[in-house]
Write a protein that binds this ligand. Sequence first.
Ligand code: C2O
Length: 549
Amino acid sequence: SITRHYKFEIKLKNVTRLCNTTSILTVNGKFPGPRIVAREGDRLVVKVVNHSPKNISIHWHGIRQLQTGWYDGPSYITQCPIQTNQSYVYNFTIVGQRGTLFWHAHISWLRATLYGPIIILPKLGVPYPFPKPYKQVPILFGEWFHVDPDEIINQSLQTGGGPNVSDAYTINGLPGQFYNCSAKDTYKLKVKPRKTYLLRLINAALNDELFVSIANHTVTVVEVDATYVKPFETDKLLITPGQTTNVLLKTKPDFPNSTFFIAARPYATGMGTFDNSTVTAIIEYEIESSPTHTIKKQLPPLNPILPALNDTPFAFNFSTRLRSLASLEYPANVPQKVDKRFFFTVGLGTNPCPKNQTCQGPNGTKFAASVNNISFAFPTTAMLQSYFFRNSNGVYSTDFPSQPIIPFDYTGTPSNNTMVINGTKVVVLPFNTSVEVVLQDTSILGNESHPLHLHGYNFYVIGSGFGNFDPNNDPAKFNVVDPVERNTIGVPSGGWVAFQFLADNPGVWLMHCHFDVHLSWGLRMAWIVLDGNLPNQKLPPPPSDLPKC
Ligand code: C2O
C-alpha cells in the first residue's frame, strides 16, 4: 500500500447548462469534481484549500475513518468549516473497503456542485469476485440549479416553506437531451461490442431517489456502498442519494441500433418537492469496421422503460433483493448478540411560526424534520472537539433518547403529534457496543422514503417492512445470515427498516437523511462512541491544522 496525495482547490467557476451561466463552487475548476483513485490499504492525503467566499468542508462518504474521525468532514460535527483562504489536510487510510464511494461538501447545500467519485481498487493481486471488467466508468447522478443552492435552502429555512426544486438532473454533470437547450450537453459512453463494463453508479443528487435503466440491456448488480453483493441481473435499479451501486454491463454482440439511452428519473412518494424530469446519457456502440456495419444507418437512441414515479413495490423489492456475499473471503460479520436496541422515528413535522412572521409550511407553520421528534440543531463549534477536550457544556446534551417516545400509529394520520422540539442531543455508546436500530417512517405529513446515512460505519440491514414495526413478531424474521452491508438505507415509505452495527470506531458520528432538504430541516442525530481500553481503540488527538470556528 502507498500514500496518494491530492490537492483540492475550492474556487468559483462559471458553468453553463440549459443556456444559463451560473457561478458555481468547484474543486480545481472541475464539475463534477476530480476522481480519487486508490487501492484498499492505501493512505489518502488530500489538501483542501478554500479560495471561495464560502465556508466549506469535505466528507468522504462511506469511508470508515477508523481512528481518524477528525477527517470525516461534516461541518460542526467533526470539524469547524474551512474558512476562506484557509486549508485543511485530510489524512486517512482505507481499511477493509473496496468499491465505489464518493466525496462531497458537507455544509449547507454546497454538495450540489462539490462532489466526485472515490474509486477503491482491490489490493494488488486480489481479484474481483466477478469477471474482470474490460473498462470501468463512473456514472454520477446529480442535480443542477440555476441559482446558488445556498440561497434556496436559506429561503426555505427563513420562510418555513418547501425549497424550489432543481432545474435538471444530471449524469456526469450533463442533463441530456430531454431538457430545453441541452441536447449538446449529453454524456456519451462509447462501448465496444461483446465486452464487460463496470459502471460505478453514484447518486449524488440532493433530494431525489432515482430509478435508473439502460434501454435494451440488463445489468448485473455486484456491489453496493463499497461492499460486494450476491450478483443478480436486472433491467432497472433504484439508487437513493448517498448510495453507490456497481453493475456489470455486458455489451451485445450485434444490435439493430447503435445508440441507447441510460435514463433516470425520481422515485417519490412524499409531499411533492421533487423535479419529475428525466435525465439521459447515451451508450454508443463503436461500429466494427465491416462493410455490413458501416452502411447501417444510425437510428435514434432507444429509450428504456422506468418504473412509475411512486412505484414503492419495485423500490422495496429491489432493496430487499440485495444480499451480501457472505462467503469465506467476504464474510458477513453480523454481531451475534445485541447489547442495545434503539427505536427511532424519522419523518417530517412542523415548528411553530415565530411571532410577527408569516410562515409557508403546513397551516402557517414551518417545516421541520426530526428523529424521535427532536430536530437536531448544529452547534456553533465542532462536537468532536467539545467531546475530546471535555467541554461539551452548552454544546450538546446526552439525554437522548431520553424516554421511550409515546407510541402512536406511525402510518396513520394523527394530527396531535406534528410539532418537533429543537435540540442538540447525542446517544453515547461504550466502545464495542453491538447496536440494533429500527427506523420507523412517520406519515405525519404523508408517507415518505428517507435514505438514512450513518457516518463512520457500515451496517447490516437485517429487516424491513411496511406499517408499524412490531417488536413482538418482526425480529423473528430478521436475516442475520447474508444481510446487505451498506452505509445508506432507504426507510420504506410508510414502513420501517432494521440494521445492526458494532460500535468499534471511537468518535462523533452523524446519522441523517441524505435528502439535503430533510437534513437541513433537522432529520439528523449524532452518536458518540467512546474510546476502548487498548491503545488502538482510542481516538488520537486532533491534527494541528484542524479548522477553528
Ligand atoms: Cu454523504 Cu453526512 O453525508
